[in-house]
Write a protein that binds this ligand. Structure first.
Ligand code: NAP
Length: 281
């Protein structure tokens, strides 16, 4: 095990795990609960959720049924795009806390930015939502705040706020590196989380990844997730399979060489999810 790699420090001094478990597309009934319980058993302490996933009741049950105490876990939720005025954002956060049956969140994110295609005054809209997150943070309801799917111009528009985002959660996988956003985040001390790190499983069949899996005696998912860590990105893999959940966090006993990291960087690909500028939601 390589020490110091398991945690990242946010700009407010809070420690955040360097890999998390994604909960999108897990049903609210037993699926979300059992996946969270299994993830914690396998060593994950960061649980990435969102009101939009419609499963916060199940995720909360999983958290309470897990073997770890609340303080040992790092729980994320996100405010959806139907909450874009101040009071509505506060209500949305309270609803997530109620569904999860938690007193606080470790991280609360704006799920998608308001953009120019939707609003002439998109900057004002994002400012209003962001101010609500700042107030939730100041009141201690959330320990850290950030954004998701924010491009550079959306982040720049928040400059001058009393608190800047501590995290930006963006699509990231081989073939889709978002260099401009990651470079801005690095320069402004914003930790990048990567959603869809396995490219919904697609990246795993690339020849380069297969060859590296053989070379390092690891499986393709472990090569891709280890590469995320080398790129300073916190990956949020999701799986329903116990075997995959276990494999995906077993990435701390090896390192990729600089040449092999650069080789993965050359893989061609494209965005698999929504483009923020196209206002997909
Ligand atoms: N902020 C946002 O807008 C946003 C958007 C999308 C997602 N997210 C977050 O990011 C998380 C992850 O994204 P994602 O679920 O879209 O994609 P992902 O984690 O990249 O891919 C999930 C797929 O990969 C497969 N998989 C997982 N581990 C594997 C392994 N070791 N070997 C082979 N296949 C494997 C899974 O199948 P099995 O179940 O069979 O393992 C599943 O089909 C989400 O759950 C959510 O928390 C955020």
């Amino acid at each position: 095990m390589v020490s110091g790699e398991h945690m990242r420090e946010l700009s407010n001094g809070l420690s955040m795990p360097s890999i998390g478990f994604g909960t999108w597309d897990l049903s609210n009934e037993n699926e979300a609960k059992s996946a969270v319980v299994q993830a914690v058993e396998c060593g994950y302490t960061l649980i990435d959720g969102a009101a939009r996933y419609g499963n916060e009741v199940g995720v909360g049950e999983g958290i309470r049924s897990s073997s770890l105490s609340r303080e040992e876990l790092f729980v994320t939720s996100k405010v959806w795009t139907n909450h874009r005025d101040y009071d509505s954002v506060i209500e949305a956060c309270n609803k997530s806390l109620k569904d999860l049956k938690l007193d606080y969140l470790d991280l609360y994110l704006i799920h998608w930015p308001a953009v120019s295609k939707q609003y002439e005054n998109w900057k004002d809209v994002n400012h209003e939502v962001w101010q609500a997150l700042i107030d939730l943070y100041t009141q201690g309801k959330v320990k850290a705040i950030g954004v998701s799917n924010f491009n550079v111009d959306h982040l720049e528009a928040l400059e001058g706020s009393s608190v800047m985002p501590m995290v930006n959660q963006i699509e990231f996988h081989p073939g889709f590196l978002q260099e401009d956003v990651r470079s801005y985040c690095k320069d402004h001390n914003i930790v990048v989380e990567g959603w869809r790190p396995l490219g919904l499983g697609e990246s795993l069949s690339h020849e380069i990844i297969w060859n590296l899996a053989e070379k390092y005696k690891k499986n393709p998912a472990q090569i891709v997730l280890r590469w995320c860590l080398h790129k300073d990105v916190v990956p949020l893999p999701k799986s329903r399979s116990r075997e995959h959940i276990e494999q995906n966090i077993d990435i701390f006993d090896f390192s990729l060489s600089d040449d092999d990291i650069a080789l993965i960087d050359t893989i061609e690909g494209e965005r698999l999810g929504g483009d923020p500028e196209e206002a997909p939601f």
